[in-house]
Design a binder for this molecule. Structure first.
Ligand code: PEP
Ligand code: MG
Length: 572
């Protein structure tokens, strides 16, 4: 009999495939002095052989099932395994330093990884990722642990896991991973956000999925309604195949709007922009008809690597985004690390409340080298498009002033070095901490724009961790408390002649969209895949009509009542 588990629909779509349980135990490498290096070398050689046999089997399988191009990644891994430079250096290290194989491997691969990562060449950077994957595979054999990482996936599967970190998600191979379901997480956890831009149907926050699914069981992911069906009957399978077809048909209808401007029925234009995490998301942005980029989360540039990205690497990434957007607005947010986005190489102490801790602008103002490198890269790229710089997690006016002053200092320095910098860069901030929403009238005098980050604004206003599925009922974008804050931010911006956007997930939510239009939001920035449905919705709405309902909505006493009201008046 099949089993049905409910969670939070994190990325729309239907996927049907067999389950792949992702287990990722820490492979902590310790340095040990060994008495018999020859034995260590032998152990190392055995792990290489085992890894090689494993990879060959995987490659053959992938070639047969999915074709040669999709198996190419495993051929690349095999090449790394056979690279004498790498293998010989590990052996040399074991022999010369009398250290254990794990340590020697970690050191040598670490050196190659940073070397490749520092090259200004995408191809070489990918080699760094290959080495990292191969290192994991060999280490697992050396340590005798069995585990599955995203890079070990060689079949069309649905990932089942307790959690997926943003860095796991970034490594998912879209060709193999058809969907995923996790125990923890909410709609605004970063893996959910990434799944939407990667168009991978997913359900998060199921609490129990890992207790209920075994490797290889057929699973259906319904990312539209947030359900997972385990071991479906024939009948259920065909019902969901039908649902998938309908979803694909609907997408085709939306696709007709790709080149349209977003103008409401009463002729009001609003900007529909996309949120991205990497230049790799650009095809999705362009295919979905975004009118700009409302949020580029640059922290992903800093992830899945062993050291900070250089100014040059960052410049290349910003250049690519700005030039591909061809003059359309591009809001690039400075490093917002912390919370669920960790950078292990910064060696920051573990915090009890990481979402309330040393992160984002707090870290950047404290570790200014990191911040200044990023700002220089941004400023240098500014002449290549329509750049707007945005600071995350601003809590006080002083923080905004300090961040802006550092940006200005770097601008002057560059100009004195005869580097051209645009004079038209707008400087804005995220409104995602309640203190700034409450004081928006004061901030509005000094910023060029606001972008409301509701993912955090809601978690901080409701005091409900966005990663914790036990309190996910408190993620209430339609709660009048949130709506009143949003209203005051938009009004404060307009009073000073500035624009207000929203880049939290709320901006793409079909219940929130009519209210935000009525409140006068200027820019809606969302996962690229939400743009066309949002456009289709906005074309039919009248801002003036909704505006006349806003007062009544803000007087309501619960999010549920707001939701029902919107459904009744604006969604039919
Ligand atoms: C937000 O907080 O709403 C936001 C857009 O930023 P992030 O999700 O990256 O925290
Ligand atoms: Mg945020």
């Amino acid at each position: 009999m099949s089993q049905r588990i409910t969670g939070i629909g994190a990325s729309a779509g239907i996927a049907i495939a067999k389950a792949f349980r992702l287990e990722n135990p820490a492979l902590d490498v310790e340095k040990k002095v060994v008495e018999n290096p020859a034995q260590e070398v032998e152990r190392f050689q055995e792990s290489i052989e085992k890894s090689k046999n494993e990879l060959e089997a995987i490659k053959d399988h992938a070639e047969k099932e999915l074709g040669e191009d999709k198996a190419a990644i495993f051929a690349a891994h095999l090449l790394v395994l056979q690279d004498p430079e790498l293998i010989d250096n590990v052996k040399k290290k074991i022999n010369e330093k009398n250290v254990n194989a794990e340590f020697a491997l970690d050191e040598v691969t670490g050196m190659f990884i940073s070397m490749f990562e520092n090259m200004d060449n995408e191809y070489m950077k990918e080699r760094a990722a290959d080495i990292r994957d191969v290192r994991k595979r060999i280490l697992a054999h050396l340590m005798g642990v069995e585990f599955n990482t995203p890079s070990m996936i060689t079949d069309e599967v649905i990932i089942i896991s307790d959690d997926l970190t943003p860095s796991d998600t970034a490594q998912l191979n879209r060709q193999f991973v058809k969907g995923f379901a996790t125990d923890i997480g909410g709609r605004t956890s970063h893996s959910a956000i990434m799944a939407r831009s990667m168009e991978i149907p997913s359900v998060v926050g199921t609490k129990t999925i890992t207790d209920s699914v075994e490797n290889g069981t057929i699973v259906i992911i319904d990312g539209i309604d947030g359900e997972v069906i385990i071991d479906p009957t024939e009948e259920e399978r065909s019902t969901y195949e039908e649902k998938r077809n309908q979803f694909l048909e609907q997408k085709k209808e939306w696709a007709k709007l790709v080149n349209e401007r977003t103008v409401t029925s009463d002729d009001v234009h609003v900007e529909l922009a996309a949120n991205i995490g990497t230049p790799k998301d650009l095809p999705g942005v362009l295919n979905n008809g975004a009118e700009g980029i409302g949020l580029y989360r640059t922290e992903f540039l800093y992830m899945n690597r062993d050291q900070l990205p250089t100014e040059e690497e960052q410049f290349e990434a910003y250049k690519e985004v700005l030039s591909q957007m061809e003059g359309k607005p591009v809001v690039i947010r400075t490093l917002d690390v912390g919370g669920d986005k960790e950078l292990p190489y910064l060696n920051l102490p573990k915090e009890l409340n990481p979402f309330l801790g040393y992160r984002a602008i707090r870290l950047c103002l404290d570790q200014q080298d990191i911040f200044r490198t990023q700002l220089r890269a941004l400023l240098r790229a500014s002449t290549l498009g329509n750049l707007k710089v945005m600071f995350p997690m601003i809590a006080t006016l002083d923080e905004f002033r300090q961040a802006k002053a550092i940006l200005m200092e770097e601008k002057e320095k560059l100009q004195s070095e005869n580097v051209e910098v645009s004079d038209a860069i707008e400087i804005g901030m995220m409104v995602e901490i309640p203190s700034t929403a409450v004081m928006a009238d004061i901030f509005a005098k000094e910023v060029d724009f606001f972008s409301i980050g509701t993912n955090d604004l809601i978690q901080y206003t409701m005091a409900a961790d966005r990663m914790n599925e036990q309190v996910s009922y408190l993620y209430q974008p339609y709660n009048p408390a949130i709506l009143r804050l949003v209203k005051s931010v938009i009004e404060a911006a307009h009073k000073e002649g500035k624009w207000a956007g929203m880049c939290g997930e709320m901006a793409g939510d079909e219940i929130a969209i009519p209210i935000l239009l009525g409140l006068g939001l200027d820019e809606f920035s969302m996962s690229a895949t939400s743009i066309l449905p949002a456009r289709s919705q906005l074309l039919k709405l009248s801002k003036e009509t909704i505006a006349s309902h806003i007062e009544a909505i803000l007087e309501m006493d619960s999010d549920q009542k707001v939701k029902e009201y919107v459904q009744e008046h604006f969604l039919k």
